[in-house]
Design a protein around this ligand. Structure first.
Ligand SMILES: Cc1cc2nc3c(=O)[nH]c(=O)nc-3n(C[C@H](O)[C@H](O)[C@H](O)COP(=O)(O)OP(=O)(O)OC[C@H]3O[C@@H](n4cnc5c(N)ncnc54)[C@H](O)[C@@H]3O)c2cc1C
Length: 420
């Protein structure tokens, strides 16, 4: 679907040349002028991006929605959902068409993650990690032969995972203990990873290991490996939320990886991980944004149907003002997220904006999904409506790809740099 949309309208992120200027529209009172989005507003999209949003929303409703509760209860991703994501062209969104991808914008990936999260944040994070971490590392740092070998697989059928965290290294990620030792034309990896998203279903693993501990974090190196090389799933976590998204511990026991599977050069893993997580955070912001919107859209219509004291409960000021505030916060999260995405895609500084977007969107997701349970009263507390699931799923936004404190640390450091 995305491939077809790309072909039909190209993949430029430029705004439509036919749209009227802001000044021209400011003085116009015609209905047509008011109904068009402002040219430079953060929520104006190219035709391709708009088509993508519609097709992902359709896929989410038709294919994902009927399976959400079952996947959550079983703590298992349905393989037909993953297959569907590949078939829709959603697993190589930014990957060049030469390697089987859709060759779309970064904002397109953000839109897809957001739309999927409205229906299921677990499916959203599967798509997010695969696109914004795994594919992006290969697109940015792999050599041509590596791209030719891996990107088509990742666009068409093989799921990827990003293996950085360990039991003793979370926020302090570069204290990792996994080691890689050269042995002829192979590297031998020993150690373990924890909390690895997608790892239960994945075939392709990007593994960060230290190839020269004497150099500290400058010895960290990124390797690409496949499950059949001997990666062992040690434990699948049972979680509060995003339960259909697999999160496992992995162990590497003399895992032999060919020399040509080093990505970006020996010792470059630190730079790769930092740079990729800086932009990956915008994906988590989009996941949290979609989640907040999804919870809002489930609960508000119910409050306008449910009658107490002779009127819909959503028309009591006590509820309607809460909903007005929630809608405002979602809008603010949306603009922070799209702004960070556009800045990244236009090559402008974006690290502070990305950290702010993730921090704020995850707070909004928690607040809105928590309030949505209360707006729906008793039924909001049951698993039947699916509202409580959004709240359970929202908690992870403040933890992975840098906790909220780590986002505050990043923002604070950049403020200090700016003012000192
Ligand atoms: C569901 C799930 C999926 C994940 N997926 C992946 C994945 O795919 N790949 C991967 O590599 N990792 C993944 N992670 C790991 C995740 O990125 C880490 O859990 C996260 O970075 C936090 O690390 P930690 O859990 O060790 O917490 P800790 O680092 O131990 O933090 C505990 C608390 O201390 C605070 N803290 C730590 N340092 C500071 C500081 N300097 N200043 C102030 N406060 C601080 C934190 O904010 C937090 O509140 C996942 C985690 C989960 C739960």
């Amino acid at each position: 679907m995305l491939r077809a949309a790309s072909k039909a309208v190209g993949h430029s992120v430029r705004r439509s040349a036919a749209a009227p200027s802001v000044a021209a529209r400011s003085f116009s009172v015609s209905q047509a002028a008011w109904s068009e989005p402002p040219v430079n507003s953060l929520d104006s999209f190219t035709e391709e991006e708009q088509m993508l949003r519609e097709s992902v929303a359709r896929f989410a409703q038709d294919v994902v929605a009927p399976k959400v509760r079952e996947m959550d209860e079983n703590e298992m991703m349905d393989p037909t959902v993953v297959k569907g994501l590949f078939e829709q062209g959603l697993m190589g969104i930014e990957t060049s068409s030469e390697f089987g991808g859709a060759e779309s914008s970064f904002t397109s990936a953000i839109i897809a993650i957001e739309e999927l999260a409205k229906v299921d944040p677990s499916v959203s994070v599967l798509c997010d990690v695969h696109n914004t971490l795994v594919n992006t590392i290969l697109r940015k740092y792999a050599n041509k032969e590596q791209q030719q070998k891996w990107l088509p697989l990742l666009s068409e059928s093989k799921l990827g995972s990003f293996c950085l965290s360990e039991a003793a290294s979370g926020s302090d990620a570069f204290a990792l203990q996994t080691r890689a030792v050269k042995d002829g034309d192979h590297w031998v990896i020993n150690g373990s990873k924890m909390w690895i998203t997608n790892s239960y279903e994945a075939d392709v693993f990007l593994i960060f290991a230290n190839a020269d501990p004497s150099k500290g974090y400058k010895g960290i190196t990124c390797f690409i490996a496949t499950k059949d090389m001997g990666i062992e799933i040690a434990k699948k976590e049972q979680k509060l939320g995003i339960r259909a998204s697999s999160t496992c511990s992995l162990s590497f026991d003399d895992l032999r990886v060919p020399e040509e599977n080093v990505i970006g050069g020996v010792g470059k893993g630190y730079k790769i991980a930092i740079e990729i997580l800086n932009e990956g955070r915008i994906g988590i912001a989009a996941q949290m944004l979609g989640l907040a919107q999804g919870a809002f859209e489930k609960a508000v219509p119910y409050t306008l149907q449910r009658t107490q004291f002779g009127q819909p409960v959503g028309t009591f000021q006590g509820l309607s003002f809460q909903q007005a505030r929630a809608a405002t916060e979602i809008e603010a999260a949306r603009l922070l997220t799209y702004n960070a995405a556009r800045r990244k895609e236009e090559g402008r500084p974006f690290v502070q904006q990305a950290a702010m977007a993730k921090l704020y969107a995850s707070e909004v997701a928690q607040r809105v999904s928590g309030a949505a349970i209360e707006w729906a009263g008793g039924v909001g507390f049951t698993r039947e409506t699916g509202i409580e699931k959004y709240w359970r799923d929202s908690k992870i936004g403040a933890i992975y790809e840098g906790t909220s404190n780590i986002q505050l640390l990043t923002i604070a450091k950049l403020i200090q740099k700016q003012y000192s």
